[in-house]
Design a protein around this ligand. Structure first.
Ligand code: PMV
Length: 321
C-alpha cells in the first residue's frame, strides 16, 4: 500500500485565474501550459491500518492544518478503495515551495498518481484529472508532459491532455528567482477576490477562449513569436485583473518588473524570447535552446535576481517506486 511518484511543475502560457465553482474547484477559464523537465516534486504515499491520523511531511517538516487539502484528497481515494486506512505522505520539492513556482501543481499531481498506485485502483486519466483538479486547479496539467491543454467540457467538468510531446518542439525555460519567501495571498484567495471585485473579471472570461484557441493553433504551426505575444499578453491580462481587485493584488517585486523589461529589451535586440509571471515574484522566460545562455546571462545581470533555474520541457507525472 505504498508508492512513490514524481511530478514536475508546469507554467501556464495562457493563464487560469478565477473559478466557476469553488466546491468542485472548476476553473472559470481553460489554460495552456508547459510542463518543466528539470525541477520536480517526489511524493511517497503509504496507507497503513495502524495509523489513527494522516501525517504529512513537506520538505522534511511535519505539516499542520494547512494540509486539509491533502487529507481531503486522500479521503476521495479512500472512498474509491472502500477503506479507512490513514496514510503517511512524504513530499519534497527541489525548488522553493509556495512562491509562484507551481509547487501545488506538481505536489497534487504526484500525490494522486502515487495514491492511485498505492491502492492499486488503476483509475483512468479522466478520473485522475478530476481528483487532481479538485485539490489544485493547475495540478491536472502536471499529469501530462510537454504542451498541455486544460479545458472546460460541455458536461460541466474539465478535460486535460497533452497537445504536443516535449521532444517534438524543444524549449528552454529560465526561472529568475527574486524571492524564496512564500506568497502572502494564495492563488485560491486571490482569484476569488478577483472574481468578486475586479471590474475586469468578466472581460477576462469573455476574451479568454480566443486567446486559448489562438495559442493552440500557434503551437500546431510551431510559431514561437506569435505564441510568445499571446502568452505575454495573457499573463499581463491576468495581472491586470489581480491588480484591479479589492484590495489590489500585486504579486510582483521591483526585480520582477526589471526582469520583464530585460526580456522585452532582449527581444527588441533580435533574441526571440518572452516572459510569464504567476502568483509570485519569480519571472519565467521562454526561448528556443539556441538562445538559452543569452537569456540566462541577461536575467542573471538584473539586480535583485537571486539565481536563475534553467529547465527544458518535461514529462507528465509518473511512478518511480
Ligand atoms: O493551481 P492554483 O490554484 O495555484 O492556480 C494557479 C494560478 C496561476 O499559476 C497564477 C495561473 C496558472 O494557470 O497556472
Amino acid at each position: 500500500m505504498r508508492a512513490t511518484a514524481i511530478a514536475q511543475p508546469n507554467i501556464a502560457l495562457i493563464k487560469y485565474w478565477g473559478k466557476r465553482d469553488c466546491d468542485l474547484n472548476l476553473p472559470a477559464v481553460g489554460s495552456l501550459s508547459v510542463t518543466l523537465g528539470s525541477i520536480g516534486t517526489r511524493t511517497t504515499v503509504e496507507f497503513d491500518a495502524t495509523l489513527n491520523a494522516d501525517r504529512v511531511y513537506i520538505n522534511e517538516q511535519e505539516a499542520d492544518s494547512a494540509n486539509r487539502r491533502v487529507e481531503n484528497c486522500l479521503d476521495r481515494f479512500r472512498e474509491k478503495a472502500g477503506i479507512a486506512h490513514k496514510a503517511i505522505v512524504t513530499t519534497a520539492n527541489d525548488f522553493p515551495t509556495g512562491a509562484g513556482l507551481a509547487s501545488s501543481a506538481s505536489g497534487f499531481a504526484a500525490l494522486v498518481v502515487a495514491a492511485d498506485r498505492a491502492l492499486e485502483l488503476n483509475l483512468g486519466a479522466d478520473e485522475l484529472v478530476d481528483l487532481a483538479r479538485i485539490s489544485s486547479g493547475s495540478a491536472p496539467r502536471s499529469l501530462f508532459g510537454g504542451f498541455v491543454l486544460l479545458e472546460n467540457d460541455s458536461g460541466g467538468g474539465t478535460r486535460c491532455s497533452s497537445v504536443l510531446a516535449p521532444e517534438t518542439w524543444p524549449w528552454s525555460i529560465m526561472i529568475a528567482v527574486t524571492s524564496d519567501a512564500p506568497k502572502k495571498v494564495s492563488s485560491t484567495d486571490g482569484m476569488e477576490s478577483s472574481r468578486t471585485t475586479s471590474p475586469y473579471f468578466s472581460r477576462w472570461v469573455e476574451t479568454h477562449d480566443a486567446d486559448l484557441q489562438a495559442a493552440v493553433a500557434n503551437i500546431e504551426k510551431r510559431d514561437f513569436e506569435k505564441l510568445g505575444e499571446l502568452a505575454e499578453r495573457s499573463c499581463l491580462k491576468m495581472h491586470a485583473v489581480a491588480m484591479t481587485s479589492s484590495p489590489p493584488l500585486l504579486y510582483w517585486s521591483g526585480a520582477t518588473l526589471e526582469c520583464a523589461q530585460n526580456i522585452r529589451e532582449l527581444r527588441k535586440s533580435g533574441v526571440s524570447t518572452f516572459f510569464s509571471i504567476d502568483a509570485g515574484p519569480q519571472l519565467k522566460a521562454f526561448c528556443l535552446p539556441e538562445n538559452s545562455e543569452m537569456v540566462r546571462e541577461s536575467l542573471e545581470s538584473v539586480p535583485g535576481v537571486l539565481r536563475v533555474i534553467s529547465s527544458k520541457l518535461g514529462e507528465g507525472a509518473r511512478i518511480v517506486e
